[in-house]
Design a protein around this ligand. Structure first.
Ligand code: ZN
Ligand code: ZN
Ligand code: FE
Length: 786
């Protein structure tokens, strides 16, 4: 008789709710192996019996052929003694099935099998906009509570028809245990409404929506995680109308292109970017805009920044709409919300709140339980950088490599996310956004409750930002539980440390907008010596003033004046001295800013790198007022890159940069910004091209940071560098710094799956707030003496 062995295989990772057991079943059957598969608290358990070489083949093929949505963290195999050999392979059900120890899967883009079905006139799901299977479809957005079973989702009100029921129970079917399984007979359906909310009779809602879009209308479309406002991306008028109605004059709008070829027609798609566009997550990918094309998307989609956010259809509804012959091949798809409000998810809510913005509504009757925005990613070199982490990514957890206490980290006030650490896994929420309105704060609290419920977790400890006025800080401090404060930029470093499993001291570079420093000033151009439970400010940009506080962030011309004042004192503000673009500032305003700066009224000292970008952009006449965060900096980056492409410097970009001056006072290295202004002004007086000044400024920053790090390495013997903060979205800066530092032997890390901007703050708070054993952490903040 041939030898037979029994083995048990444990698979960890995202292996539940993704069709893993049927896959195991099919693989075992195809190899003629008997045994069982069962979900347990941590993953999937497989028992197998058969000839050793066949078992080996099974183990080899398991990770290779796993379902596309599965994420295998580990596979452990061990030999076992089996009393009785199983004659066949069966899927077993465990008592604790669906317990909260398993990963909650994110929403996954339409798979190719489902796409073929909806395009097949002979298939029963032909043109059905809610088609899904275990490899694709809604998950996180429809789950009310665990276990993840249909009655606990918003599909509960759609009892399956016999056809769907059969698929659901057939282990050989792609829809075995697909909780949202549906078809035209039993599942959700579309409706078509006018802007007053009146339902319009339409034979085909998708056709009606395509027609309306082709005629320049704005259509509110209920999607997967919320509403979009859609418009023809090729029509300047339609885009202008949408901008006008949404009161969004310049902020870039995302585009959904019919397919990859359509996207490639108006932007460059690199080898690294293409797989991102078509990945199961289907995020918005920021792509370089092709210029000088005759047939192109309208220039007002994403003005003055040289790139545009593009995604491909990720639900059958979107795919069918864009495939309509009359539909524009690219649609602007922006979140359906009023300014400062969260994205609408509810039909009635949308009909009332978006009625002034949309001409028509394409609705459906599958409820969205949790709001999830589109994710935004950028590819820099061969690295992916998540800028907004939401649909497709949240709430996939990060396995922390070092011990971390269980807690809830409350996040920042802008680009908010929160984070739950449970059982050494960090669950960072979907992007919540700005906590500026009561409605947004409601969304924040609802999302916390939702994730707590989904994870069956009750936090008894909180981590919050040091900023006393952040609404998220107050939330955490009001829970009647212990809380830990984490300084904003320390959290920025912590996020990168958590993502890359760093536990050793690092040199953390944080180039950011604003963050509460702890010494009364606003930080934002910092170099820390950081560990998980402490940090020391070792270097920073020299301070300048923010005249008018928050206003300074909206009006870069104020920052330009402040920089001139820092460089030249009162003389810098004399009308005759001002560079041409600032001569437009009227006398009254000039006088007012002068008073503020000279008498120190309503101005705040700051080392913010973001504000330095703003000031330089205003000095060279690029941008005097911004209508969205980061606008001036993005335009400055684009200007610099255009100049670089037109006239690549003979030397490297770095040598092209202005020479930085670094001084050492009270054990802190200070990068002299007033000397920078002297160099910029000399270039302006010499009529140098603004693009060259922009490029030299980037070079200056890279040189300055590199020089500070080199000195700190001498001093501390630390060779590991983290790069984070919102300014690290700048391609020139991030790749320039990475390359220069790597060439000097530094080990460099930055945020990839978790944003370097404030969207990563919660993860950093969790990692830092959860370090060590002490209940309250002492954070050492060196006070600045200047
Ligand atoms: Zn599918
Ligand atoms: Zn059905
Ligand atoms: Fe920040």
């Amino acid at each position: 008789m041939e030898t037979r062995e029994s083995i048990s295989i444990t698979v960890h990772g995202i292996v539940q709710g993704v069709g893993f057991r049927p896959f195991v079943f099919r693989l075992a059957n195809s190899l003629g192996l008997g045994g069982t598969v069962i979900n347990d608290g941590n993953g999937v358990q497989i028992m197998l019996c058969g000839p050793p070489e066949i078992l080996e083949e099974f183990v080899r093929r398991l990770p290779q052929e796993a379902p596309p949505v599965a994420r295998i963290a580990s596979i452990t195999t061990k030999q076992v003694q089996s009393s009785k050999e199983p004659s066949q392979f069966t899927i077993e059900h465990s008592a604790q099935e669906g317990k909260a120890t398993v990963q909650i899967t994110p929403d996954i883009a339409l798979c190719s099998d489902c796409l073929s079905e909806i395009n097949d006139p002979k298939n029963r799901r032909h043109r059905y906009p809610f088609t899904n299977c275990t490899n694709c479809g809604p998950r996180f957005t429809i789950i009310k509570k665990v276990p993840y079973d249909r009655p606990n989702t918003s599909m509960a009100e759609f009892p399956m028809c016999p056809g769907c029921e059969r698929e659901y129970h057939d282990p050989m079917d792609r829809r075995f245990h697909a909780q949202p399984n549906a078809c035209p007979v039993c599942g959700p359906s579309l409706r078509w409404h006018d802007h007053t909310g009146e339902q319009i009779k339409a034979d085909d809602c998708l056709h009606a929506a395509a027609e309306a879009l082709s005629q320049g209308n704005i259509v509110a479309i209920k999607g997967l995680g919320g509403f979009h406002l859609a418009a023809d991306a090729y029509s300047k008028e339609a885009v202008a109308l949408l901008r006008h109605r949404k009161n969004r004059p310049a902020k870039p709008l995302a585009v959904m292109a019919k397919d990859l070829a359509t996207a490639q027609a108006f932007c460059e798609v690199s080898e690294q970017e293409q797989p991102m566009l078509t990945s199961p997550e289907h995020p918005i990918v920021l792509l370089k805009y092709r210029t000088g094309l005759a047939a192109n998307i309208a220039p007002n989609v994403a003005p003055n920044i040289g790139e545009v956010g593009v995604m491909l259809p990720y639900t059958p509804l979107h795919a069918l709409l864009l495939a309509e012959p009359s539909c524009p091949e690219a649609l602007v798809m922006t979140s359906g919300n009023a300014a400062g409000m969260p994205i609408c998810i509810d039909n009635d809510d949308a009909l009332s709140r978006l009625s002034g913005m949309a001409d028509f509504f394409l609705l459906h009757n599958r409820d969205i339980v949790t709001r999830v925005d589109d994710s935004v990613v950028r590819v820099i070199g061969d690295r992916v950088q998540l800028i907004r982490r939401a649909r497709g990514y949240a709430p996939v957890s990060l396995a922390l490599k070092h011990p971390c206490r269980e807690l809830l980290a409350c996040g920042a006030a802008m680009k908010n996310t929160f984070c739950i650490v449970r059982n050494s896994e960090a669950y960072v929420s979907q992007h919540i956004g700005e906590l500026t309105s009561l409605e947004c704060f409601d969304f924040y609290q609802e999302s916390i409750e939702h994730l707590k419920e989904a994870l069956q977790f009750t936090p008894d400890k909180f981590a919050v930002d040091l900023h006393p006025d952040y609404i998220s800080s107050r939330y955490g401090q009001n829970q009647q539980k212990p809380w830990t404060q984490v300084q904003h930029h320390h959290a920025h470093v912590g996020a990168v440390m958590a993502e890359h499993g760093l536990d050793q001291p690092v040199l953390g570079v944080i180039l950011d907008g604003t963050g509460f420093g702890g010494d009364g000033s606003i930080f934002g151009g910092e170099i820390y010596r950081a560990e998980r439970n402490r940090f020391e400010r070792k270097g920073h940009l020299s301070q300048f003033m923010l005249p008018g506080g928050d206003k300074a962030a909206q009006e870069p011309w104020r920052m330009a004046l402040s920089l001139l004042y820092a460089g030249y004192g009162g003389k810098g503000l004399e009308k005759a001295f001002l560079p041409a673009p600032l001569k437009a500032v009227n006398d009254q305003e000039l006088e007012l800013i002068g008073q503020m700066l000279q008498k120190n009224l309503n101005t705040y000292p700051s080392s913010s790198c973001g504000r330095l970008f703003d000031g330089i952009a205003a000095l060279i006449g690029l941008c005097q007022r911004v209508s969205y965060e980061g606008q001036a900096a993005m335009q400055l980056e684009y200007l610099a890159s255009q100049h670089f492409n037109k006239q690549p410097p003979k030397n490297s970009l770095i040598n092209e940069g202005y020479q930085p001056i670094i001084t050492n006072s009270t054990n802190q290295l200070t990068i002299d910004t007033s000397d920078l202004i002297h160099q910029v002004m000399a270039d302006i007086k010499a009529n140098s091209a603004p693009g060259m000044i922009a490029l030299r400024f980037h070079g200056w920053l890279i040189r300055a940071i590199t020089a500070v790090l080199a000195q700190l390495r001498e001093q501390t013997a630390i060779n590991t560098v983290t790069l984070s903060g919102g300014c690290m979205h700048n391609r020139i800066l991030l790749s320039g710094l990475s390359e220069t530092l790597t060439s000097q032997g530094f080990e460099v890390f930055s945020g990839e799956l978790f944003p370097v901007n404030d969207g990563g703050i919660a993860l950093g708070q969790a990692y830092i707030g959860g370090a060590g054993a002490a209940d309250q952490l002492t954070l050492e903040i060196d006070r600045e003496e200047e």
